[in-house]
Write a protein of this length. Structure first.
Length: 271
C-alpha cells in the first residue's frame, strides 16, 4: 500500500519516466502522460489517461488540470511551464541523464519517490546483469567500428549511454556522443556498422534512401549490408528499455554470436 507521503497522482512528460514507473510498480499512479509514452508502455491504452504535451512543449494549464502531486520531465523542458507548476505548489522532478550511471540514478530516485527503493535497486541490478552477460559474450571478439545516429538532419550522433552500450555489445563507437557531425565526416570514419535510431521515428528510418542522399554507397557498413535501423524507443529512452536496445546492438554488431533481435531492421530488407 502506498504511503500517504508519496505521490499518488503523477504526470509524466517523458517516456523514460513512464517506463521507470512501470518497472518499479507505480504505473497505476500515472494520471497523465505524453502520446509517446504509449509507445513504450502500450498497456496504457487500456486506461483513460489525459494526454499532455512533452517536456519541450509542456503547457502548465494542461498539466495542472490533471491535478498532479508530482510532475516528472527531462531536459530540455519548457522553463515557463516549470515555473507555473512550481508556483502552483506541485512537486517537479527534472531528469537530465547522459550516462548509464545517470540512468541508474534516475531509476533509484523515482523508485524512492514512490516508496519502492528496493524495487528500484532490483531493476538496476537486472539491467547491469544483462549488460555484463552481453559484454562477457563478446569479450574476445573483434570490435568493429560503429556509427550511431539519433537524428538525420542535422546529423547528430547518439548519446553517451548508447556509446556505453555499443562498447558493451562489442563495438567501437566512432564520433562524439550527442554532437552534430556531417555526412562527410561520418563517411571518412569508415564505420563497419551503421545504426540509425531517430527520435520519434520508430523503426521507419529509410536507410537506403538516406545512404543514397548522403553519398554513402561506398561506406563499408552500407556496402557490406551492415546498416540497421533500431526502433527509436530502444536506444533513445534512458530507462530499462535500454536492455532491448543493447540486444539489438549486439545482434547488429555481432550477428554470429547473437540471434536477430526485436526492433532491428537491416538495409538489405529495403532492396
Amino acid at each position: 500500500m502506498a504511503s500517504p507521503h508519496t505521490p499518488r497522482r503523477i504526470v509524466s512528460l517523458q517516456p523514460s519516466a513512464t517506463v521507470i514507473l512501470d518497472s518499479v510498480g507505480a504505473l497505476d499512479r500515472l494520471v497523465a502522460c505524453t502520446r509517446y509514452c504509449f509507445d513504450v508502455c502500450p498497456q496504457l491504452a487500456e486506461r483513460s489517461l489525459t494526454v499532455v504535451a512533452d517536456s519541450w512543449t509542456a503547457q502548465a494549464s494542461q498539466i495542472l488540470a490533471a491535478q498532479p502531486d508530482l510532475v516528472i520531465a527531462a531536459v530540455p523542458y519548457q522553463e515557463q511551464a516549470v515555473v507555473e507548476i512550481l508556483k502552483a505548489g506541485v512537486r517537479f522532478l527534472g531528469l537530465a541523464p547522459k550516462t548509464l550511471r545517470d540512468v541508474y540514478t534516475d531509476i533509484a530516485m523515482i523508485a524512492g519517490v514512490v516508496g519502492n527503493s528496493a524495487g528500484g535497486e532490483a531493476v538496476i541490478a537486472r539491467i547491469q546483469s544483462e549488460i555484463e552477460t552481453v559484454r562477457a559474450a563478446v569479450n574476445q571478439a573483434p570490435r568493429p567500428r560503429v556509427f550511431c545516429e539519433e537524428w538525420g538532419n542535422p546529423l547528430i550522433a547518439s548519446q553517451e549511454w548508447v556509446r556505453e552500450l555499443v562498447e558493451a555489445a562489442g563495438g567501437e563507437f566512432v564520433g562524439q556522443p550527442g554532437e552534430r557531425t556531417t555526412a562527410e565526416r561520418a563517411l571518412n570514419q569508415d564505420p563497419e556498422v551503421w545504426i540509425a535510431a531517430w527520435c520519434g521515428a520508430g523503426d521507419r528510418v529509410p536507410l537506403k534512401k538516406i545512404a543514397d542522399q548522403r553519398g554513402w554507397q561506398q561506406m563499408r557498413a552500407v556496402r557490406d549490408l551492415r546498416a540497421y535501423c533500431v526502433r527509436d524507443e530502444l536506444l533513445n529512452t534512458p530507462a530499462p528499455t535500454l536492455v532491448a536496445g543493447l540486444k539489438a546492438l549486439a545482434s547488429a554488431i555481432h550477428p554470429e554470436r547473437f540471434p536477430q533481435a526485436a526492433g532491428l531492421r537491416c538495409i538489405a530488407r529495403e532492396e
